[in-house]
Design a protein around this ligand. Sequence first.
Ligand SMILES: Cc1cc2nc3c(=O)[nH]c(=O)nc-3n(C[C@H](O)[C@H](O)[C@H](O)COP(=O)(O)OP(=O)(O)OC[C@H]3O[C@@H](n4cnc5c(N)ncnc54)[C@H](O)[C@@H]3O)c2cc1C
Length: 342
Amino acid sequence: MDIHTNIPLKSLTTMKLGGPAKYFAEAHTPQELHDLYLDAQTKNVPVFVLGGGSNVVAHDEGYQGLILRIKIPGFEVIADDLNSTTIKIGAGEIWDDVVKRAVDMRLSGIEAMSAIPGTAGAAPVQNVGAYGQEIAETLISLEAYDTQTHSIVTLQNADCEFSYRHSIFRGSQQGRYVITSITLQLSKNLPAAPFYDSLQAYFDEHAITVFTQQVVRDAVSAIRADKLPDPKVRPSAGSFFKNALVESWQMDGLRQAHPDIKAYEMGNGTYKLATGWLIESLGFKGQTLHGMHVNEGNALVLINESAASYADLAAARDEIIGKVRDTYQVLIEQEPLEIPAL
Ligand SMILES: Cc1cc2nc3c(=O)[nH]c(=O)nc-3n(C[C@H](O)[C@H](O)[C@H](O)COP(=O)(O)OP(=O)(O)OC[C@H]3O[C@@H](n4cnc5c(N)ncnc54)[C@H](O)[C@@H]3O)c2cc1C
């Protein structure tokens, strides 16, 4: 287990910002994770766990602790019956490789989450989702290293308290668990309508009427390639803002003032506001603020075109949040988590 020093966080994150990590190491097994974590804790060195770095933002000061990247492999069928296959996946596996393997096995449940960057272990953290699917729908359980008890624990789906782009891992238990594997139960049924609006629109446009997992994966990949910047070419963290959740009384007021506002009913009196629409309506789409470009394909995405520092990103973010708040009285939130500036 090598421990490296002074590794620039801009080289470990897709937003390509951030000063040096004092220490950097990779864990390839749960035992290595245990040893590295315990060693750091004994020496009072703070630890920040990283996967692919596609949903974090780093500060210019860097991180005066250990950045621990999870590289634990694994893809094992642990149960199989007439209707479903259950697979245990190592936290370090690349998420899109997992989706590809599941689709090749003609399994349904994650095909609409094709082409999301990052690792399998990070997927439960913000309950990743796209085009009408989210991981909460197929995740049975996960294993994690509990940094309080220094043991591997199993958490069931309900223990994770999943909601829209949220779970205990970025909420009440942030920093406590390091996920080592996830277990998904995938269906042997073919994907079937109703599909997410923009996915259905793509099918209609291309006269696609027969649906397989591969057909959905290909469609989602094509839509995403058209709308989202490739982080290897144009640095970003994907959606920089979450879609805002509002109550029905607030929605009524917003609809009266802005009849063409876009929102999706979530059930139990909550609406998900299309934050990209709010940002676009204020003229930000296609603009560059402090070196951060508001993506033409999807205004939720901020691309680091020429930002020199975290301060540039923060200035662009705050300008957008402030204008949305002043115009719509809605507070939109940043989606990527911050590596603390220690
Ligand atoms: C172009 C682009 C498109 C995107 N599209 C989507 C999308 O459609 N839907 C969506 O939901 N997200 C999307 N994202 C965001 C991102 O890809 C996901 O959130 C992904 O799950 C992050 O994985 P990662 O391995 O890069 O996590 P990281 O960015 O490395 O980490 C994210 C958080 O998870 C924690 N973490 C990482 N690994 C573990 C672990 N093993 N155990 C415990 N905590 C851990 C980190 O501490 C951090 O808090 C997109 C990002 C980009 C750049």
